[in-house]
Design a protein around this ligand. Structure first.
Ligand SMILES: Cc1cc2nc3c(=O)[nH]c(=O)nc-3n(C[C@H](O)[C@H](O)[C@H](O)COP(=O)(O)O)c2cc1C
Length: 155
């Protein structure tokens, strides 16, 4: 039975992390972007949920999906994709992203670093990142060993 990887990404980094998780599962994964369509997960027992984080919060689509999708009985793994460095804040972002009952039953949870890509940001986002992260250049922090460790917990 393949795994389902359901993700919410705004600028593409979470999508890239999701693809890399799938690669570590040797193709035994189907990817679902949470954009217009809500995936039917009835044929999957193992489900990975991943969301980008903006201003400490998950993507709205993931929040809504967690509130409405029939996830009970699934083997769940959860990740957030962001650029926060502080471990306590990373934990807080995971807690904000997924309801307590999903986190409590998850077989793996992880903060997986993403990217800053200025060409994808609007003016307000560029301003915020320049001020908070003190960079005006792209940063790719995607961590393949962290992704491999997360994927290994699924098998
Ligand atoms: C305006 C803005 C605000 C952000 N706020 C946070 C944040 O609060 N915490 C965090 O960990 N990362 C934050 N990030 C970093 C994003 O989570 C990171 O770029 C992530 O890889 C985006 O994923 P996506 O490309 O799939 O949308 C922020 C990025 C931008 C542009």
């Amino acid at each position: 039975m393949p795994n389902a990887i359901v993700y919410a990404s705004k600028h593409g980094a979470t999508a890239e992390v999701a693809r890399r998780i799938a690669a570590h599962l040797n193709g035994r994964a189907r990817l679902f972007a949470l954009d217009d369509t809500v995936p039917d997960l009835s044929s999957f027992t193992t489900v990975v949920l991943g969301t980008a984080v903006y201003a400490g919060q998950p993507m709205k689509a993931m929040k809504e999906f967690c509130g409405s999708a029939p996830l009970s009985g699934k083997r769940l793994s959860l990740f957030v994709c962001g650029m926060e460095q502080d471990p306590a804040k990373r934990d807080a972002e995971l807690a904000a992203a997924f309801p307590e009952q999903l986190r409590a039953g998850a077989i793996a949870t992880a903060f997986l670093p993403g990217c800053y890509r200025f060409s994808k940001m609007n003016m307000a986002e560029r301003f915020i990142v320049k001020r908070i992260a003190k960079t005006s250049g792209d940063i790719d922090a995607i961590d393949d060993s962290a992704i491999a460790k997360f994927a290994a917990a699924l098998s």
